[in-house]
Design a protein around this ligand. Structure first.
Ligand code: MOS
Length: 724
């Protein structure tokens, strides 16, 4: 099915299950411990051995020798694979740093060997006996340092409209500031894990991955084998946040080791190695200039993002939202990319907008203050409905103003204390802050297979993943809705590369795309059933588990009598969508308390008003948003992946040193969804919320802290030492 025109009205008659708060259908499996996570899949292959990696102790250089003689004598040792056994393996499109092979080390904690033993403890003990010699290279690990000597082609122009320089020079009110955000680690609960098994030339990888098809292709590229010989299965993930979009070392090492020892091998990246072995959200330095008329109209806006990555890597796209969020007839958006030889920077939840809004939304707060305007009104004044660079291009739906008004209302914004540093509650200074949220809402082609069984049950199969987001449930809701079945008559089977290729979980496109694919497959099932009944599909109705036609009806299962009725289809995104900007919006409101003596910050109250099209399942959507808000508090006042700029690694590379919020850090969170069905977004008129929930939150916290203290911190995280 091609999605090639706007969908007005509803996608089915009498929408009933979609849009209703529905507890996760996979909830009982998770709470009872029966949900199969990658490392614990003892049932999938017998005789599993355990691999433990060896990681590079230098960030850049060449391995001059490796000695496995002691490891080989260790109890339980079965075998090993060394990076010196092979040339550097090819990298797929999605990886910058090579995952394995060759003597060259490109980043700290790069995997350089795997040792296989009977038990985890034996493998770990043996791996620690491997001796490695290096010839290290001298390179730059410090972003500020690397930015000093940039070649001219290191700057890219992202947007140029009008004449920024003149407009800014003439502006009545101006802001010109620099903001910085540190590197972040995904810190998902489940570390990267894989079990690999070979049957002749065929490889099965049970793993934890957000994008099954990308993983299959990446494995095929890396291991130089045909895609049809690879099966990847990842039905449950303990979080990902972008860390598991791509094939990582665990998958490659498990596959290589399993081949070498002729037995299934399982491996989990030990937590202290995850931050440096895998990817992170790169640090940014951001220059922002805003010029406005006295009435608050922005006339000039400038945003220069600066970030670093390994050679061949991408910039952190922290300027993305600035191109489209606010008015401004004169605009200049630039990015500097420096070579920094820390581990690979790559996608982490709302890559770009997260760090971009951390800066831009403080700048907007500062600008409102200079103008003597309410920050909510300042944003409303500069709301736009078309692309500032291409006015013929409209937002498919943009209810940002409604997010701000509704949020402000519910939060009690009007009653806040407007004078910074002047409201006290005992030992605490109290402040209120707000920020806007923006995140693009792409959708992707997505397929599904439906099996109608003779007992009337439907089984939906797709390689879509559920990274904790609730995919199982919204897919069941969609199939049940379209086929007129109760929810509990639908089974959902996800994450298997033997199933049709889906959109996968990334870029907050998963919910809208995967349900659209299931919708397409259900329509095909309806059509197939109508044909079998010799009816037109318009004359057939699906309700209560029955099919109604020609003044009669029969149970759905009868159409599959004796066997299964199996159909497959996919939703393909038509080009018409490119004529629109499809995005999601939010208004974030925060109350913070800062201790007068210690500077400790406590977030007391949070509210998010979100505009993300049709909300498929308000219960799981709310969970996504409060998870994002929690992460936003982390980014505002805690999270800081600190590079050791002498040796090129992140120093606080485990969950003891990398601080994230816990329950006690987070107050009651309020989430409002602005009702709306986006006709351009997809057949279900839904958009993503999983990343939106994070976008803008940290700046709202920062602005609340400023309102509490009167001290403006432009360098995240906002920790108490920065007040001194
Ligand atoms: Mo997301 S950073 O695309 O998982």
């Amino acid at each position: 099915m091609k999605f090639d025109q706007a969908v007005e009205g509803d996608f089915v008659k009498d929408v009933d299950l979609i849009g209703k708060s529905t507890p996760r259908i996979d909830g009982p499996l998770k709470t009872t411990g029966y949900a199969p996570y990658a490392y614990e899949r003892h049932e999938v292959a017998s005789g599993q051995l355990v691999g433990y990696p060896v990681f590079s102790g230098v960030a850049r250089g060449t391995i001059t020798g490796m000695d496995f003689s002691e490891a080989k004598k260790a109890p339980g040792y079965v075998g090993h694979v060394s990076t010196l056994d092979m040339d550097q393996l090819p990298t797929s499109n999605w990886n910058t740093a090579p995952l394995f092979g060759g003597a060259k080390v490109t980043h700290y904690h790069q995997a350089i060997a795997i040792v296989v033993a009977k038990t985890f403890e034996q493998a770990r003990a043996a791996a620690h006996l491997v001796k490695v010699n290096y010839s290290p290279e001298n390179v730059v690990y410090d972003l500020s340092e690397a930015l000093k000597n940039l070649p001219a082609d290191a700057t890219s122009e992202k947007q140029r409209v009008g004449d920024f320089d003149s407009a800014f020079a003439e502006a009545e009110v101006k802001l010109d500031e620099t903001y910085s955000t540190p590197a972040h680690s995904h810190a998902m609960m489940e570390a990267h894990a894989s079990i690999a098994k070979w049957d002749g030339e065929k490889l099965t990888l049970w793993t934890s991955n957000q994008m099954i098809q990308w993983n299959v292709v990446a494995l095929a590229t890396t291991l130089d084998m045909p895609v049809e010989n690879i099966r990847v299965d990842s039905p449950f993930l303990g979080g990902g946040f972008g860390a598991k979009l791509f094939l990582r070392a665990d998958g490659v090492l498990a596959a290589l080791a399993a081949k070498k020892v002729g037995k299934p091998v399982k491996i989990m990246l030990p937590r202290p190695y995850v931050a440096n072995n895998t990817t992170h959200r790169p640090a940014t330095i951001q220059d922002i200039k805003i010029g406005a008329r006295r009435d608050g109209t922005i006339t000039a806006i400038y945003h220069k993002g600066k970030s670093g990555n390994l050679p061949g890597g991408s910039p952190e796209g922290c300027t993305a939202q600035t191109e489209k969020f606010y008015a401004g007839e004169n605009r200049l958006v630039l990015h500097d990319l420096a070579e920094v030889f820390l581990p690979e920077g790559n996608a982490m939840r709302a890559p770009g907008e997260t760090s971009g809004l951390m800066a831009l939304e403080i700048a907007m707060d500062e600008m409102a203050e200079k103008l003597g305007m309410d920050p909510v009104e300042f944003r409303i004044k500069n709301d736009i409905q078309v692309d500032p660079a291409e006015p013929s291009k409209k937002f498919s739906q943009r209810n940002f103003v409604e997010c701000l008004r509704t949020g402000a209302d519910r939060f009690g914004w009007a009653d806040r204390n407007k004078t910074p540093g002047s409201l006290r509650d005992g030992q605490w200074l109290i402040g209120h802050g707000m920020a806007g949220g923006y995140r693009g809402a792409p959708i992707m082609d997505s397929g599904a297979r439906i099996r109608l069984q003779s007992n009337g049950r439907l089984v939906v199969e797709t390689d879509m993943t559920d990274i904790g987001t609730g995919s199982y449930t919204i897919i069941a809701q969609t199939a049940a809705e379209v086929m007129g079945l109760p929810l509990d008559m639908v089974d959902v089977d996800l994450g298997d590369s033997n199933h049709p290729v889906s959109a996968g979980s990334g870029g907050q496109w998963g919910a809208a795309s995967s349900t659209a694919g299931v919708y397409a497959a259900c329509l095909k099932l309806q059509k197939t059933i109508a044909e079998r009944l010799d009816e037109k599909v318009e004359d057939v109705r699906f309700e209560d588990g029955k099919v109604f036609f020609a003044n009669t009806h029969m149970p759905l299962g009868r159409l599959a009598a004796g066997s299964e009725l199996v159909v497959e289809d996919k939703m393909e995104v038509g080009e018409f969508r490119q004529n629109y900007i499809v995005s999601t919006f939010a208004g974030h409101f925060v109350e913070a308390a800062v201790h007068v003596a210690t500077g400790e910050i406590r977030v007391r109250r949070m509210l998010a008003a979100c505009d993300a099209g049709r909300i498929l399942n308000p219960l799981s959507a709310r969970s996504q948003v409060i998870g994002g808000m929690t992460m936003g508090v982390g980014a505002a006042i805690m999270e800081d992946l600190i590079p050791d700029t002498r040796f090129g690694f992140f120093a606080n590379h485990d969950l003891a040193g990398y601080e994230v919020p816990v329950h006690m850090d987070i107050p009651e969170q309020d989430v409002i969804f602005i009702e709306g069905k986006d006709p351009i977004s997809g057949p279900l008129q839904a958009k993503g919320v999983g990343e939106l929930g994070l976008c803008g939150v940290s700046a709202a916290v920062a602005n609340a802290v400023y309102n509490a203290t009167g001290v403006r911190i432009r360098d995240y995280p906002i920790t108490l030492d920065k007040y001194l």
